[in-house]
Structure formats: C-alpha cells, structure tokens
Design a binder for this molecule. Structure first.
Ligand SMILES: [Zn+2]
Length: 148
C-alpha cells in the first residue's frame, strides 16, 4: 500500500462553509487572516502569546497591552482525529481535525489537509482556504521534504 499523495488542490477538499462573524475580540485576527497572515494575541507587558484572542492576558491579567502579532505559520501536530461522520450535511467526510502547536507556543484547532495519514509531532505549515464572505481560514498541511 502506498502513502496517499498530497492533494494538489487542497481547497478542493476543504471548502469551509460559514465561520463565526468577527467581534471586538477577533476583528484584528480576522483582518490579518483575510490578508493570509497568521497571528496570535501577544501581551506587550509580559511577552505571553495566546490563541484565540481573549482580551485578557492569561499570564499577567493585563487587558491594556494586547495585540495581534504575526507568527511563522509552522508548527507540529499536537493531536488529531479523522472525522468519518459529518456533524452537518454540508461537510464532506472524511476530514482531519487537529490541534497544531505553533512554533511560538499557542495551539490552534484546525484542519489538516493532504491525506488521512498523520502522526503526533509531525511538522506542518499553514495554508489558507477562502471563505464565501471574503475572509480566509487557516488550515495546515505537510511541509515539503518533511513527509516522515
Ligand atoms: Zn501579559
């Protein structure tokens, strides 16, 4: 049995439907995502990085020193599961839901695209799927030359 080939057109297997609208806490994150920049909330008072945006630093409780800062967009698989039964009729199965720990520390709940075979600790990199409303949603895929 051969390994599944990476999907040459990843958006063809991950076309997100709708996503929650931006609110006061998430607007800056969505603005960056729309420009295909992955960011995490960063505290200028203590240096803590967190995701999703919370409006309060989980390390020092500051509410005044928070902003979104760009991250590299690479990380490792912290955990994942293959979903075979769609929770909604418009979702195509199977798909892979994962926690990805960014190199900068925070964890994102996201999709893995490019087959169903993954391993904990595997390096992955961000890619972007277009949302119908013009925003973009990050997902993660294999790093070329890091197929192990
Ligand atoms: Zn802080």
């Amino acid at each position: 049995m051969t390994d599944p080939a990476p999907d040459p057109t990843p958006n063809s297997v991950f076309v997100p439907g709708t996503a929650s609208p931006a609110d006061d806490l998430t607007q800056a994150w969505w603005d960056a995502a729309t420009e295909r920049r992955l960011t995490v909330e960063t505290c200028a008072a203590c240096g803590n990085r967190q995701h999703p945006p919370r409006g309060v630093c989980t390390a020092c409780s500051s509410t005044e020193h928070l902003g979104q800062a760009d991250v590299a967009g690479t990380g490792t698989i912290d955990s994942f599961t293959v979903v075979h039964r769609a929770p909604r009729a418009d979702l195509e199965v199977p798909y892979v839901l994962a926690r990805v720990r960014l190199g900068e520390g925070p964890v994102l709940l996201t999709r893995l695209v490019g087959g169903l075979e993954w391993r904990i600790g595997q390096p992955v990199t961000v890619a972007w799927a277009d949302l119908p409303d013009g925003r973009a949603l990050p997902y993660f895929t294999r790093i070329p030359d890091s197929q192990t």
